[in-house]
Ligand binder design. Structure first.
Ligand SMILES: Nc1ncnc2c1ncn2[C@@H]1O[C@H](COP(=O)(O)OP(=O)(O)O)[C@@H](O)[C@H]1O
Ligand SMILES: [Mg+2]
Length: 341
C-alpha cells in the first residue's frame, strides 16, 4: 500500500507527497493527495531515543512485515513544533536526494496523525502529548538494529580493524556528499549507525545544508565542533572532516579528544582546547603512532587540514596490513550535547 500526505501549515505551506512504493520526489496535485490519503499500518514497538528536536521510535510495518524507525519532531507548542518540523522537512529533503550504501535511507515523510497505530494508540499519545493544532511531522527510515557507534563502543571497544571497517565507508560517503555539495555539520559517533549486517550508515541530517545555502548559525555537537565554527561560524566540507577525525579518535582511543562535554567541565576550556587542537594525549598515554596521526589530522586551519580524499589515502585506511598499537580507556557514557538549530 502506498501512502500520500498533504502537509500544509504554518511552516512554509509545503506540500509533500511521498509513497513507499513510488519515487518520493514524484509530485502530485494537492487535491489528488487529499482524496488518496490513507493510513499506513505501523505498529509502535518502543521509543528508542529522546532527542532535543525529535524522538525516535521503533515500529513494525504490518504490510511488509519489517521493522522501521520513525523520527518524530518534538516541541511543546506550535512555534517549537513548527521549527522542529522545518528541521525534519529539511532532513528528509536532503536524505531523500542521496543514494549511497553508507548513508541511511529514508522511506517517507508524513504528519504523525497519519501513522496507523495499534489499539492502544500509544505512539500518538506520546507524540501528541503537547499537540496544539500544528501537525507534527515524522520521517520513516530504515532500521539500523545494532544502534550507533557510541553504544557499540560502550559494550566493547573497537579494534583498529573494526574502526577501519566502520569508518572507511563513512569517509567514502563523505566524498559522495562533497560531490552532492552537502555539508552534514554533525558527524560524530552518535550519528553513525550500524545495520543488522554490520554495515555503517551516516544518519541524522537534521543540521545538514547545501554548500550554497546561507550559513550563519553555530550548530553541531559541542565536543566535535571544528575550530573555524567557533571563530568564524564558517562551514565547508573541511568542517565535516573535523567531525570525522573526532569520531576516528573516539573509536581508536575510547575517549573524546577535547573532553567529555560542557556538563563535565567549562565550555570555555573545551573551546580553547579545540581551537588550539590540544587533543588529550597526556592523561592516559597514547601510542606514538596515534600522536603522529592525530597531529596531522587535527589541524585547526581548515585549509591545511587533510581533505577526506587524502585521509582515505592514509596507510591506516589503504593498507590492509597496517596496524596501530593501542592504549584505550572506556568512553564515558553520555550524549554529545547538540548546539543550536
Ligand atoms: N534508523 C535508525 N535505526 C536505529 N537507531 C536509530 C535510527 N535512527 C536513530 N536511531 C537512534 O536514535 C538516536 C538519535 O537519532 P538522530 O537521528 O541522531 O536524532 P537527533 O537529531 O535527536 O540526534 C541515534 O543516535 C540512534 O541511537
Ligand atoms: Mg543525532
Amino acid at each position: 500500500m502506498g501512502s500520500l500526505f498533504l502537509v500544509s501549515s504554518g511552516f512554509n505551506a509545503t506540500v509533500i507527497m511521498t509513497s513507499r512504493l513510488r519515487n518520493p520526489k514524484q509530485k502530485i496535485k494537492p487535491a489528488k493527495i487529499e482524496s488518496e490519503m490513507k493510513r499506513v499500518n505501523w505498529v509502535k514497538q518502543c521509543r528508542i531515543e529522546y532527542g532535543s528536536t525529535a524522538n525516535i521510535f521503533l515500529v513494525f510495518d504490518l504490510e511488509s512485515k519489517n521493522f522501521a524507525i520513525v523520527k518524530i519532531a518534538t516541541g511543546y507548542g506550535p512555534a517549537e513544533i513548527g521549527s522542529n518540523n522545518c528541521l525534519i522537512l529539511k532532513e528528509y529533503d536532503i536524505m531523500s536526494s542521496l543514494d549511497h550504501p553508507a548513508i541511511l535511507k529514508v522511506q517517507a515523510i508524513m504528519p504523525v496523525t497519519h501513522l496507523g497505530v495499534d489499539e492502544e494508540d500509544t505512539l500518538l499519545q506520546v507524540a501528541d502529548q503537547h499537540y496544539r493544532g500544528t501537525p507534527r511531522l515524522s520521517i520513516i527510515m530504515d532500521r539500523c538494529s545494532q544502534g550507533c557507534l557510541q553504544r557499540l563502543m560502550a559494550k566493547s571497544l573497537f579494534t583498529p580493524t573494526e574502526t577501519k571497517n566502520y569508518l572507511k565507508p563513512i569517509a567514502e560517503a563523505m566524498v559522495y556528499l562533497k560531490k552532492m555539495r552537502i555539508i552534514h555539520r554533525d558527524i560524530k559517533i552518535e550519528n553513525i549507525l550500524v545495520d543488522k549486517d554490520g554495515c555503517p550508515k551516516l544518519a541524522d541530517f537534521g543540521y545538514s545544508i547545501h554548500q550554497d545555502d546561507p550559513i550563519g548559525s553555530l550548530v553541531g555537537s559541542f565536543v566535535s565542533l571544528a575550530p573555524e565554527t567557533f571563530m568564524f561560524k564558517v562551514y565547508d566540507y573541511q568542517t565535516d572532516v573535523w567531525g570525522f577525525v573526532t569520531s576516528l579518535f573516539c573509536c581508536l582511543t575510547g575517549r573524546r579528544p577535547f573532553g567529555d562535554g560542557p556538563e563535565y567541565e567549562s565550555a570555555q576550556v573545551i573551546r580553547d582546547r579545540i581551537i588550539t587542537a590540544d587533543y588529550q594525549k597526556e592523561d592516559e598515554p597514547l601510542a606514538v603512532e596515534l600522536i603522529e596521526l592525530f597531529d596531522l589530522l587535527f589541524n585547526p586551519d581548515p585549509t591545511n587540514r587533510p581533505t577526506i580524499e587524502q585521509i582515505l589515502e592514509l596507510p591506516f585506511f589503504k593498507d590492509e596490513n597496517f596496524d596501530i598499537p593501542l592504549y584505550q580507556s572506556p568512553l564515558k557514557k553520555h550524549r554529545a550535547v547538540p548546539v543550536g538549530n
